[in-house]
Ligand binder design. Structure first.
Ligand code: AHR
Length: 334
C-alpha cells in the first residue's frame, strides 16, 4: 500500500497566472473599501490584506507562512501585512483590531483556537472588511462573520491515521499514547475525534493523552513523561510531525528504537517527518497540505471583485508509508 487521497471539494482549477490576471483587471475591486477608508483596492488595483498567523510552532507552520508570503506579493497585486501571534489568541485579536483600524481591504487569519472570535469578527463585519479563514476553523453559529474557510479536513486526517493503525496492529493489544496539538485548536480537537472513532471496536487502547502544543520540544517532554509513567507503550499517535520528532528523541534517549519498539504515526508530512518515515523511525504519516497561499489569493481576489466564493474549500491531503515517503522525498516542496 502506498498513498491514499482524501475526497476533496476544491475550487475549479485556475492557474496562478490566470488568477493574477483576474486581479489586475478588477476595475470594480473597490467593493473592499473599508470603514477605515485608508485603502481601497479600486484606487490602485492593489489588495491590502492583513494576515494574522498562529505562530512559528512547527515545520508545517513555516511552510504555510512561506506559501502565503511568496504568493501575496506586490508583483501579484497584494500589499500583505503579516503578523505572528506566537500561539496566543489575544495577540491575534489585537492584530485583527489593528487591521480594522488601518482599513485593510481583507483580513485573513488562522485561528489559534476555535472559540472566542465572534466579538472581533463582528467588529470587522461592522467595518465592512471581509474575513477569510485559512487552515483552522472558528466555532461560531454565525457563518456570515467570514466569507470562506480554506483548509484540510482534520477529522478525516485523524480517521486515516486510526484506520491505518487498525489495519496494521489490531489483534495485538496495542497500548497507545497520544500527543495532542494545542488545547482548543481545531486540528487537536478534530484529529483526536477522527483517530478515536477509527480505532473504536479494535483492541488498540489509548492509555495516556496530553498536549505537546504542536512543538518538537514539548512533544519530547511529554513523551519523556509517558515513558516514565508507562512500561508498555506500543504506539504513539502525534497530532503533528514535530511532536512525533520530539517523541523520537525521547524514545532514543530511553534506549528504545522508534518505529520498532514503539510505532509512531503522525500528521503533516513535512520534510523532516518524511525523512524520519523513510528512515523507519516513523511508521506512517497523514499529510496536511500547508500550501494555502494560492487559494487564499484567489478567494481574496474574488471577494474584492464582488464574486461568489465557496464557503468551505477542503484542501487535498495524502498519506504515506515508508516506501511512498522514499519516493516523494526527492521532489517534496515542504
Ligand atoms: O493547523 C495545522 C497544524 O498546525 C499542523 O498540523 C501543525 O503542525 C501546526 O502547528
Amino acid at each position: 500500500m502506498a498513498r491514499r487521497t482524501l475526497t476533496r471539494t476544491v475550487l475549479a482549477a485556475v492557474s496562478v497566472a490566470a488568477l493574477f490576471t483576474l486581479g489586475a483587471c478588477s476595475s470594480d475591486a473597490g467593493t473592499g473599501t473599508t470603514g477605515g477608508g485608508e485603502t481601497d483596492a479600486a484606487d490602485d488595483g492593489v489588495i491590502t490584506l492583513g494576515f494574522s498567523q498562529v505562530g512559528a510552532e512547527s515545520g508545517w507552520r513555516a511552510a504555510n507562512t512561506k506559501s502565503i508570503q511568496d504568493t501575496l506579493t506586490a508583483e501579484n497585486g497584494f500589499d500583505l501585512k503579516f503578523s505572528d501571534a506566537q500561539q496566543k489568541q489575544e495577540n491575534q485579536i489585537q492584530a485583527i483590531r489593528s487591521y480594522i483600524t488601518q482599513g485593510v481591504d481583507v483580513i485573513a487569519f488562522s485561528p489559534v483556537v476555535e472559540t472566542g472570535w465572534d466579538a472581533v469578527l463582528q467588529e470587522a463585519k461592522a467595518a465592512g472588511i471581509p474575513v477569510i479563514l485559512t487552515d483552522r476553523a472558528v466555532d461560531s453559529s454565525d457563518e456570515t462573520l467570514y466569507e470562506s474557510f480554506i483548509g484540510s479536513d482534520f477529522v478525516k486526517e485523524g480517521e486515516m491515521a486510526g484506520e491505518w493503525a487498525v489495519e496494521q496492529y489490531d489483534g495485538e493489544g496495542y497500548q497507545a499514547v497520544e500527543l495532542q496539538g494545542t488545547t482548543g485548536a481545531a486540528p487537536a480537537i478534530d484529529r483526536k475525534e477522527g483517530f478515536e472513532s477509527a480505532i473504536a471496536g479494535s483492541d488498540i487502547e489509548i492509555i495516556d493523552s496530553q498536549t505537546g502544543n504542536f512543538t518538537r520540544a514539548e512533544g519530547k517532554t511529554v513523551m519523556e513523561g509517558f515513558l516514565n509513567a508507562h512500561d508498555d507503550i506500543d504506539l504513539v499517535f502525534a497530532h503533528n510531525d514535530d511532536m512525533g520528532l520530539g517523541a523520537i528523541e525521547a524514545i532514543e534517549a530511553a534506549g528504545l528504537t522508534p518505529g520498532e519498539d514503539i510505532k509512531i504515526i503522525t500528521i503533516d508530512a513535512v520534510k523532516d517527518g518524511m525523512q524520519a518515515l523513510a528512515d523507519g523511525k516513523i511508521n506512517y504519516i497523514v499529510e496536511c497540505n500547508p500550501l494555502l497561499g494560492p487559494d487564499l489569493a484567489e478567494i481574496a481576489q474574488k471577494v474584492i471583485a464582488g464574486e461568489e466564493v465557496e464557503k468551505r474549500i477542503v484542501v487535498q491531503d495524502e498519506a504515506f508509508d515508508q516506501e511512498a515517503a522514499k519516493e516523494a522525498l526527492p521532489t517534496r516542496e515542504y
